[in-house]
Design a protein around this ligand. Structure first.
Ligand code: UDP
Length: 470
């Protein structure tokens, strides 16, 4: 009988950081019955309900250990989510170490796979004689920027957002400084310093697993592979698209979205969602509502209570009813055309529904991959993290999305919203985007079935079996 290969995984707090890394390990355990995964989960305050219900769906060869939650009072109030996530990991290091020690005392560990925010845990992998990998949950382009960050930091003075020329990373579309990830928008900030530390820390791993695939980002991936293989630097493994295949959440209130979609014409609905925690200001909610109404198109909108901070609900959801923040009479006036749901929808099922023809998205990487897998073109509405650069890739690189204009106060006005929605849902330009999305959908399925990503996963499995199993 094949020897059991033990893998430990350390995600970072937040639903959208947990799911892809666990889905990645699911691929292994489904194909190789001798793999066993233990997921060591740090959290800030009590773990999110969405994360807990997701973990209940996992097969028996993936275990979870919830670490003692970090007390919110210990961390700076109102800090950027990236800083909170990073500090949560730092505060959890000793319990992560304890968990690894206890695991490896029962059976030798073959590999430790850590989220980028958990880069400090790599030293533990060495201590327990395990191979170490970073799981990078974003695009190859974002990884490329991340790996080049220490060099850019040395070579460029002043704020990146003031650069008049774009930066062109190997194999990537040109990127202006204003579209760099949020922490790089203020080089004096703690968020930027931590971002740089992670970028340096990631290089000591045995490999980086990136949630992208060759056919979607071929030039960027090839460039990363060449850089990695050419001079003995870190090896990059494209293993995507790794997304959730649906959850056990469809029942009950979530069911209403799918039932409503069943009654709508083919490809007629715009799905509007800002990820697991993106929020808009009250002013922007009003404009979006009126823009949707003005467009005359059908829509399914996942609405959260307003906040002045775009990432307000990312680590902690509010319990307030968001529907009361809609303009007066809006729900009545649009009841034939739209459905507004509070805070959460079964996104994967929604995007795969034949009535959905477009996605107005904050451009989180998981949302993009899910849209690609269903061949749904997008309207980009980036809010935080690396979402602006994801939007640039979709618009300038893959040409599968439209960009609405923000005014000088950072608001997209209702007329602009209506214009872009109409263009996506019924304009001539949309036909080309739909065709390109169709091709991407096909290559995404291929990459997973028997193509590039499956081969990469097999290579990894062999390496791990040879490392731990001889
Ligand atoms: N999601 C969902 N329902 C929602 C909002 C989000 O199922 O109403 C899921 C979505 O399918 C995706 C994840 O949450 O898998 C969001 O990840 P993404 O990287 O797009 O954005 P983030 O949450 O990190 O900002």
């Amino acid at each position: 009988m094949a020897k059991t290969i033990h893998i430990a995984v350390v995600p970072s707090p937040g639903y959208s950081h947990l799911v892809p890394i666990v889905e990645f390990t699911k691929r292994f355990v489904q194909r190789h019955s001798n793999f066993h995964v233990t997921c060591i989960i740090p959290s800030l305050g009590s773990p999110q309900e969405s994360s807990k219900s997701y973990l209940k769906t996992l097969p028996s060869n993936i275990d979870s250990i919830f670490l003692p939650p970090v007390d919110k009072e210990q961390l700076p109030q109102g800090a950027y989510p990236g800083v909170l996530i990073q500090l949560t990991i730092t505060h959890s290091l000793s319990s992560i170490h304890e968990a690894l020690k206890s695991l490896s005392s029962k059976a030798p560990l073959t590999a430790l796979v850590a989220d980028v925010f958990a880069f400090q845990t790599l030293d533990f992998a060495k201590e327990f004689n395990a191979l170490s990998y970073f799981y990078f949950p974003g695009s190859a382009m974002a990884l490329s920027l991340f790996l080049h960050m220490p060099k850019l930091d040395k070579e460029i003075s002043g704020e990146y957002k003031n650069l008049t020329e774009p930066i062109t990373l190997p194999g990537c579309v040109p990127l202006f400084g204003v579209d760099f990830p949020a922490p790089a928008q203020n080089r004096l900030s703690e968020a930027y310093q931590l971002f740089l530390e992670r970028a340096k820390g990631i290089r000591i791993a045995d490999g980086i697993l990136v949630n992208s695939f060759l056919e979607m980002e071929s030039d960027a991936i090839r460039a990363l592979e060449e850089e990695g293989n050419g001079n003995g630097k870190i090896r990059v493994y494209p293993v995507g698209p790794i997304t959730q295949k649906g959850s056990n959440n469809e029942a009950g209130e979530f069911d209403q979205c799918l039932k409503w979609l069943d009654k709508q014409p083919l490809g007629s609905v715009l799905y509007v969602s800002f990820g697991s925690g993106g929020t808009l200001s009250q002013h922007q909610i009003n404009e979006l509502a009126l823009g949707l109404e003005l467009s005359g198109q059908r829509f399914l909108w996942v609405l959260r209570a307003p906040s002045e901070s775009a990432s307000a609900a990312y680590l902690e959801a509010k319990n307030e009813d968001p529907l009361k923040f809609l303009p007066s009479g809006f729900l009545e006036r649009t009841k034939e055309k739209g459905l507004v749901v509070a805070s959460w929808a079964p996104q994967v099922q929604v995007l795969s529904h034949s009535s959905v023809g477009g996605f107005l998205s904050h451009c989180g990487w998981n949302s993009i991959l899910e849209s690609v897998q269903e061949g749904v073109p997008l309207i980009t509405w980036p809010l935080f993290a690396e979402q602006r650069m994801n939007a640039v890739m979709l618009i300038d690189g893959l040409k599968v999305a439209l960009r609405p204009k923000f005014n000088d106060d950072g608001i997209v006005e209702k007329e602009e919203i209506a214009k872009v929605i109409k263009c996506l849902m019924e304009g001539e330009e949309a036909k080309g985007m739909l065709g390109r999305m169709g091709n991407l959908k096909y290559s995404a399925a291929n990459a997973l079935k028997y193509g590039s990503s499956t081969q990469t996963l097999s290579q990894l499995a062999t390496q791990w079996e040879n490392f731990g199993g001889v």
